[in-house]
Design a protein around this ligand. Sequence first.
Ligand code: GRF
Length: 216
Amino acid sequence: MYRLAVLLSGRGSNFEAIQNAIESGFIKNGKVVVVISNRADARGLVLAKRRGLNALFLDPEGKSREDYDREIVKLLKANGVDFVLLAGYMRILSPYFVKSFKDRILNIHPSLLPSFRGLHAQRQAVESGVKFSGATVHFVTDRLDDGPIIVQSVVPVFSNDDEDSLSERILKTEHKIYPLAVKLLTEDRIEIKDGRVIIDWKEPEEFFITNPELGG
Ligand code: GRF
């Protein structure tokens, strides 16, 4: 059973989707052993506590990025964490953190990477006029919103969309692809080869879970 950590800063809906997938048995080989937030008032922290999980606020106030990350890494190691799941975690990780969990940190970003990195990815998509956007689960490297892509979802962008309406459409798919990526990861079905992810798909249905309209 792999031991998972979730790092979050806010709403925590992706954390909830992952935890639901664990509780329903969709993710069979992983469990969340610690949830950490850099914000005391994160809704995700409240949700995690309510579910009886080990949920901690770690105050970044007055600490350098690396000192803060050293504390987190220490906590992760003390909890025997195998994989770190960033779920709306609004801090850039130090190289120290990334190195400590090399190829073992996942993130979800609300765009089809490598398009629209950084903040307000959905607004960037609306303003650019693209006709499709989506979400990406990827491994974390030293570069922001970069790293080998694990799974993506695609949604249309309509001419009357604004940042909120597109965010809502994308978020629904985030809640499918993040649990899927965690399932694949914890079943040892993901391999990184030459900077690209190779997935051992067992059933075509698994792939189409992310994009049911494509043929699932
Ligand atoms: C999501 O849109 C995710 O893609 C981005 O931050 C948001 C987090 O939402 N990285 P939530 O806290 O999981 O509800």
